[in-house]
Write a protein that binds this ligand. Structure first.
Ligand code: IPM
Ligand code: MN
Length: 364
């Protein structure tokens, strides 16, 4: 019997549905080529639904996703997410109510973001080639400044106090670092894991990360260990991206450096990521936003969403299918697309999906 997977699909807002459609097209091509089955179920957790149900556009008044719906999602093998963010809903409501809620409630403690320059893609860095920009960032995904600890005192007065606490636990840091060592070990090249933090200023959280990195590192004698301050890391990512192999970092620093990473791999049109619970339910998404101004125009680049599908397949254990999708993306960037930017690809969103799906079928 062929394997059959259950996939929950959250298309979300803006261009989310358009890119998800192409990702699913490629998925079906990969399933046919690799002889497994996938049954998809759509979930509408969009800003439009929130508003239609009477949610206040200015502040969160009803849940974006309910407890029952989260329980329902847990029956699936993986989640495929399009985009979160609706101009008619105040910033933060959907992001916190859906994306962060799922990351936390499903304990997706890893945010895995490969930074890979595909062939034929224009790199904004002078003279850098695909072999120079190829590393993976492991971002902690459930703690740190994202934990939500803090508050106001004397709000609205001249004596107002606001705190936002960077809270890390040994458990949270250790499991993230251990995961990063494993990722690094599986990568074929440099076997170098770089911890990125700001230990010269953040002397408590930074110290916990650094000590844990040293201690866990003793279990990985085959992997070289290095440390960069986050500001220096931004500099090196531009100057010497070829230095990096695997980076492990905290939630907020990871958020920031992965946008930088997305740009040096050719932009938001190609950058994919996975919110991973290694023993549970993981969720894969293009890391760009909902791109409201391109919505419904069939011009958005679906490759980031298709790359997220490759990561999803890899996490499910379908390595052959994942490899085919990756190879098909590389073929399409190398041979077809004029640019990765929305509206400038030389093809529509659906045509790019067709090209990749066709290449997946032919591969090998
Ligand atoms: C990302 C996004 C999110 C984050 C936002 C939308 C909450 O920027 O996935 O990187 O900050 O994690
Ligand atoms: Mn981000």
């Amino acid at each position: 019997m062929a394997k059959a997977y259950k996939l929950a699909v959250i298309s979300g807002d803006g261009t989310g549905p358009e890119v998800v459609r192409e990702g699913l097209k490629v998925l079906q091509a990969a399933a046919a080529a690799c002889k497994f089955q996938v049954k998809t179920t759509d979930f509408d957790f969009s800003g439009a639904r929130y508003l239609a149900r009477g949610g206040d556009p200015a502040k969160p008044t009803i849940p974006i996703i309910t407890e029952e719906e989260i329980a329902e999602l847990k029956k699936f093998d993986a989640i495929y997410l399009g985009a979160v963010g609706d101009p008619n809903v105040a910033p933060g409501i959907l992001e916190k109510g859906l994306l962060l809620r799922l990351r936390f409630d499903l304990d997706q403690y890893i945010n895995l973001r490969p930074v890979k320059l595909y062939p034929g893609v224009e790199c904004p860095l002078a003279n850098k080639k695909p072999e120079d920009v190829d590393f993976t960032i492991v971002r902690e995904n459930t703690e740190g400044l994202y934990g939500g600890m803090g508050g106001f005192q004397y709000k609205g007065t001249p004596h107002e106090v606001a705190t936002q606490i960077m809270c890390n636990t040994r458990h949270g840091v250790e499991r993230c670092i251990r995961y990063a060592f494993e990722v690094c070990r599986r990568r074929k090249d440099k076997k170098l894991l770089t911890l990125v933090h700001k230990t010269n200023v953040l002397t408590y959280c930074g110290d916990l990360w650094h000590r844990t990195f040293q201690e866990v590192g003793e279990e990985y004698p085959d992997i070289r260990k290095d440390y960069n301050h986050v500001d220096a890391c931004c500099m090196w990512m531009i100057k010497n991206p070829e230095y990096y192999d695997t980076i492990v970092t905290s939630n907020m620093f990871g958020d920031i450096i992965t946008d930088l990473g997305a740009m040096i791999q050719g932009g938001m049109g190609i950058a994919a990521g996975g919110n991973i619970n290694p023993k549970g339910l993981s969720m894969f998404e293009p890391i760009g936003g909902s791109a409201p101004k391109y919505t419904g125009k069939n011009v958005i680049n679906p490759l980031a969403a298709i790359g997220a599908m490759a990561m999803l397949l890899a996490e499910l254990g379908e390595a052959d299918a994942a490899g085919r999708v990756e190879a098909a993306i590389a073929l399409v960037t190398a041979k077809k697309l004029k640019s990765l930017a929305a509206g400038k690809m030389g093809y529509s969103t659906t045509e790019v999906g067709d090209l990749v799906a066709e290449a997946v079928g032919k591969e090998k």
